[in-house]
Design a protein around this ligand. Structure first.
Ligand code: TYD
Length: 301
């Protein structure tokens, strides 16, 4: 059953948990776009910090009301980000679970705050929580404010492909279905109180990501004028406080839970491009209205 609601709405969350015999919560709900957090941090504090608190509060009373077998089996999986660890220099080892938190954007600070609340609910009340910190997701159904779907959409529309700064910032890309498989595994077999980093073992500089997309689009949907999509690449002003590099060490989840990503960047990106080419109606639908206002605000008219 799907219920559209606000995680800050405590009474609604409490009523849903009690009324549906909920056995687990997988908490994905978040404001997630760094650029939006720079323009409007307050929404991030509300949803990510207050919303997580309300969810934890409701989960705790629900969990405490369960009979003992169900209480032991209950799980609260908190889906978070590698951005809580801050930025890496080129030669640094990838983020492990024991790395200190050093969030740099209002977005990552709000996620770090939520991670700490989740941890505290385990430590203080014994709530069986598990936190996952993932790298950059990509794949079908991603809102085209993020780099990969934005560039596919802009390429096909003949618009500039905006690269912030020098485009040499590095991200670790994780195909969304690999991510959901990892979360399922954590839900089945993860240990309460633990955290697991989830990454694609796939670091790429932004400029290389966009060139790879252009090559795929050149092959799959050549430009009518016969020129390459890479001609649309445009360097724009850098993001303030732009983190240089994220990389995730996903060895713990591989060793303890047997999860590894199934897709390489090549296979995942190809699937992603195919999905967007086959679902242009979906893209057209969501890139009207509020999306246009965002693009005008962020990238100029
Ligand atoms: P993004 O998809 O916003 O994810 P995150 O900020 O969580 O890493 O951005 C991925 C990288 O791409 C990041 O280094 C910022 C950069 N980027 C651009 O160069 N141009 C863009 O238009 C966008 C949206 C992102």
């Amino acid at each position: 059953m799907f219920v559209r609601g606000d995680i800050c709405d405590g009474p609604l969350v409490e009523q849903l948990l009690a009324g549906h015999g909920v056995r687990a919560i997988v908490h994905f709900a978040a404001e997630s776009h760094v650029d939006r957090s720079i323009h409007g941090p307050e929404d991030f504090i509300r949803t990510n910090v207050v919303g997580t608190f309300r969810l934890l509060h409701a989960a705790r009373s629900h969990w405490e009301s369960l009979p003992s077998g169900a209480r032991d089996a209950f799980r609260f999986v908190h889906v978070s980000t590698d951005e809580v660890y801050g930025s890496l220099a080129p030669g640094d080892a990838p983020f492990r679970e024991d790395r200190a938190y050093e969030p740099n954007s209002p977005y990552s600070a709000s996620k770090a705050a939520s991670d700490h609340l989740v941890r505290a609910y385990h430590h203080t009340y014994g709530l069986p929580v598990i936190t996952t910190n993932c790298s950059n997701n990509y794949g079908p159904l991603q809102f085209p404010e993020k780099l990969i779907p934005l560039c596919i959409h802009h390429a096909l529309a003949g618009r500039p492909l905006p690269i912030y700064g020098d485009g040499r910032q590095v991200r670790d890309w994780l195909y969304v279905k690999d991510h959901t498989a990892a979360i399922r595994r954590v839900l089945e077999a993860g240990t309460p109180g633990e955290t697991y980093n989830i990454g694609g073992w796939n670091e790429q500089p932004n400029l290389e990501v966009v060139h790879a997309l252009c090559r795929l689009l050149d092959a799959e949907r050549p430009r009518p004028d016969g020129r390459g999509y890479a001609e649309q690449i445009t360097f724009v002003k850098d993001r303030p406080g732009h983190d240089r590099r994220y990389a995730v060490d996903a060895a713990k989840i591989a060793r303890l839970l047997g999860w590894r990503p199934a897709e390489t960047f090549e296979t995942g990106l190809r699937k992603t491009v195919h999905w967007y080419l086959d679902n242009q109606d979906w893209v057209a639908d969501i890139t009207s209205g509020g999306y246009r206002d965002w693009i005008a605000r962020q990238y100029g008219p």
